[in-house]
Design a protein around this ligand. Structure first.
Ligand code: FAD
Ligand code: EPU
Length: 298
């Protein structure tokens, strides 16, 4: 049987060919995935991964696509979309066991409803728990690695296990899961009791700040570049006079200099050109070497 036939059998006909990825990322940009499936269970995830490995088909994981730039020509291989079906939420004292497909904000709200503090920083981050584990999503007030005590994974060979806290590491916007071929299917976060009104107030404050400082409601993928120890990149872009600059239908946000906006119908090529121009300009004028935070698929 061919890879495609086997994939259809395992997923009961739910895999898709040439699935447009622009529907599956917050930039709303990008071409199709050669093969695409959104697994319904951990077991199905494992079987798909084993199949791909046996057929030498490359696998990419997709959460909410809120930290990605997908090329206009799309991608070859299999895109494994870890989304709501992998979505359990279970309270155990001060810990929550959560599926990787759960939106991070839903996890934060669940914690708040149960009087648990430690996830308020997540307000406004539109990713899944799986994506947050990979990128160590966060803000200066907290990040995913601060509360994660176990990660449930499907390994590149299709085996399921839980990594204990001595088996993973987090740093600014990265985790040791990256590049490992491991698929996060869930995790356990350890939180602490808090006053529900105070928790909600903190979330509200974070939300208001974001509304004032970021281009909320536009098509973007969050900050394009990582900050470095000496520079806030949004500020540096502003100093270089680049805010509002446009290529095709993409522009540098006039609200926050580290965001690029798809004004409607922008191509990945437009965004890449803007990225190259910002890098060149900040290198020349301020001597800053920028590193992308957004992940560019090729
Ligand atoms: P995706 O973008 O789909 O994927 C990101 C990476 O994770 C990819 O490498 C992908 O292959 C991998 N991946 C996804 N799911 C899995 C999985 N289950 N197993 C293994 N690998 C997986 N980020 C911050 O850190 N702080 C912020 O304040 C912030 N604000 C944002 C605001 C806006 C408006 C937007 C659009 C983005 C913002 N981001 C922020 C960026 C983004 O939301 C985070 O990086 C988020 O964690 C990405 O999650 P995702 O599910 O969208 O992952
Ligand atoms: N600033 C400007 N001009 C701009 C943008 C910012 O002068 O156009 C100034 C601000 O006034 C402030 C400083 O730069 O003095 C820092 O700005 P901000 O507080 O907005 O934070 P940031 O460092 O730009 C970081 C994260 C964001 C996160 C916010 C939460 C990075 C790269 N960015 O932004 O994360 O939401 O803190 O405060 O770490 C993301 O990772 O995608 C992301 C959006």
């Amino acid at each position: 049987m061919s890879f495609r036939e086997e994939l259809q059998r395992i997923t009961e006909g739910r895999s898709r060919l040439e699935e447009p990825l622009e529907h599956h990322n917050t930039f709303r940009i990008g071409g199709p995935a050669q093969y695409y499936v959104a697994p319904r269970t951990v077991e199905e995830t494992a079987r798909v991964v084993q199949l791909a490995s046996a057929h030498d088909v490359s696998v990419r994981m997709l959460g909410n696509g809120s930290n990605l730039l997908i090329p206009d020509a799309g991608v070859r291989g299999l895109v494994l979309h870890i989304t709501r079906p992998l979505g359990h939420l279970e309270l155990r004292d001060q810990e929550i066991s959560v599926g990787a497909g759960v939106p991070l904000i839903q996890l934060m709200q669940f914690a708040a409803r149960n009087g648990l503090s430690g996830l308020e920083w997540a307000c406004g981050i539109p990713g899944t728990v799986g994506g947050a584990l990979l990128t160590n999503a966060g803000t200066p007030t907290g990040q995913m690695g601060d509360c994660t005590v176990g990660i449930d994974i499907v390994d590149a060979d299709g085996t399921f296990r839980t990594l204990g806290s001595d088996e993973f590491e987090f740093a600014y916007r990265k985790s040791s899961l990256r590049g490992s071929g491991r698929i996060a299917v869930g995790c356990t976060v350890a939180l602490h009791p808090g006053d529900p009104d105070e928790i909600l107030q903190t979330i509200k404050t974070h939300n208001q700040r974001r509304l004032l400082t970021q281009p909320v409601g536009t098509r973007n993928s969050g900050c394009i570049f990582k900050n470095d120890p000496d520079h806030r990149i949004g500020q540096a872009v502003e100093q270089a006079g680049l805010k509002g600059k446009r290529v095709g239908n993409a522009s540098i946000s006039t609200v926050h200099g580290n965001f690029i906006i798809n004004e409607g119908g922008a191509r990945a090529a437009d965004v890449l050109e803007l990225i190259a121009e910002i890098k060149e300009s900040l290198r020349r004028e301020l001597g800053i070497e920028l590193q992308e935070e957004v992940e560019i698929w090729r």
